[in-house]
Design a protein around this ligand. Sequence first.
Ligand code: PAF
Length: 281
Amino acid sequence: MNTFNTIHDTKQFIASAKKAGKSIGFVPTMGALHEGHLTLMRRAKQENDLLAVSVFVNPIQFNNPEDLEKYPRDLNKDKALLESVGCDILFAPSTAEMYPEEKVTEHFNFGKLEAVMEGAFRPGHFNGVAVVVKRLFNIITPDKAYFGEKDFQQLAIIKRLVEMEKMPLTIVPCAIVREPDGLAMSSRNERLKPEERAIAPLIHQILQEAVELKNKKSPPEITRWVADRFKSNPSFSLEYFQIADDTFLQPVKQWEKNKGAVGFVAAFLGDVRLIDNIRFY
Ligand code: PAF
């Protein structure tokens, strides 16, 4: 694995790989790698000549300083996992390397797409994601970039970013990877206390039960039902549950069978914020 900390060295290596006709599959990460990341990486490795991965905990996408401080970091462990999936290029820059300017001023307008759910509850989050992903795409110049559907809204934002910036790459969405008990894999799961980890699969269970009700209840009725299910479990604090269309992520009030609808949830378990989603149609 070729490991780089600077943009200059990374670009130089990639330029010669491209000259040799190699295609690049890219998986951007914030480290604390788990099976979910590794699944994206195996696919990227299979579909491209070279697998490039970035590990960078992006400070400007955290709206909560405590969340940034507590974000798990272990580059040596990550490197061993990257070797195990045959990663060819690791880009692990410092914050100063990614953000040499005093203050990041670049601003994107994603309109309605960022006005709901994660965008509404985490002000500035998607702008921070877009700034770093645009910079990473410009450095790595991948042919394909792979993103998990657990962060469904992030995926929609990134597709829009690529469209707006006319970037010549394909975004490849990848299905959520779950633990055997149903919990969606996330770096944040590491921060759950054992008793919290034991009840965390309830999030996915509630979503599955909600889907089973789709022929009997309307989207607003299901939304109330989900809120009640979480209320009866005081360990959880539900931030939102929303059923939205799968393209513009706007609230769905009634089922339309030809229109994709996805249920999105964000809930705190102790001080750990978890998100998940499930398709209704
Ligand atoms: O999904 C993530 O891990 C991050 O939001 C990303 C895409 C690596 C940008 O920092």
